[in-house]
Design a protein around this ligand. Structure first.
Ligand code: SF4
Length: 149
């Protein structure tokens, strides 16, 4: 049986992205992306549950100490200098860190074009080093919740 609509190609064709041959990245654990300029570090309820367990505190204690609400979304707090509250000479919650942190630097904002990627490479020394990530792998890391990053 042929399910295709007569005469029409139902598959949209898309130009390959500029990073079609993949991108090299390997975290150097320098902490640059955890420190400095103020920002938001989105965290979801599942991540809060897992991170509370990792820290050995209740979800309520975690909420009281470590989060703030911004436009209805939950963000980790930062210290006055902009450092993430979970940063202490390294990430204290690396195993359960938020998706935003796990997917860095493969954010849409950094992947718009090669110039943005190179610009990010000025502060992230992992860009251009180590493992080559394929385009499929990169795009699988981009969840819809990251569309504003
Ligand atoms: S700035 Fe880059 S290399 Fe440094 S900790 Fe963040 S992801 Fe890793």
């Amino acid at each position: 049986m042929n399910n295709s609509k007569s005469g029409k190609n139902i598959h949209k064709k898309r130009n390959p992205p500029w990073y079609k041959d993949g991108l090299k990245f390997e975290c150097q654990r320098c902490g640059n992306c955890c420190r400095g300029e103020p920002g938001t570090i989105w965290i979801n309820k599942k991540e809060i549950k897992d991170t509370s367990a990792l820290l050995g505190i209740s979800k309520n204690q975690f909420a009281e100490r470590h989060i703030r609400i911004i436009n209805g979304r939950i963000s980790l707090l930062e210290h006055g200098n902009g450092n993430c509250i979970m940063y202490d000479n390294g990430c204290r919650i690396y195993e359960t860190r938020p998706l935003q942190c796990k997917t860095f630097p493969f954010w849409k904002s950094n992947l718009r074009n090669t110039a943005e990627w190179k610009e990010q490479g000025k502060t992230c020394p992992g860009i251009g080093k180590g493992e080559l990530h394929t385009v499929e792998e990169i795009e699988n890391r981009l969840g819809p919740e990251l569309s504003n990053l």
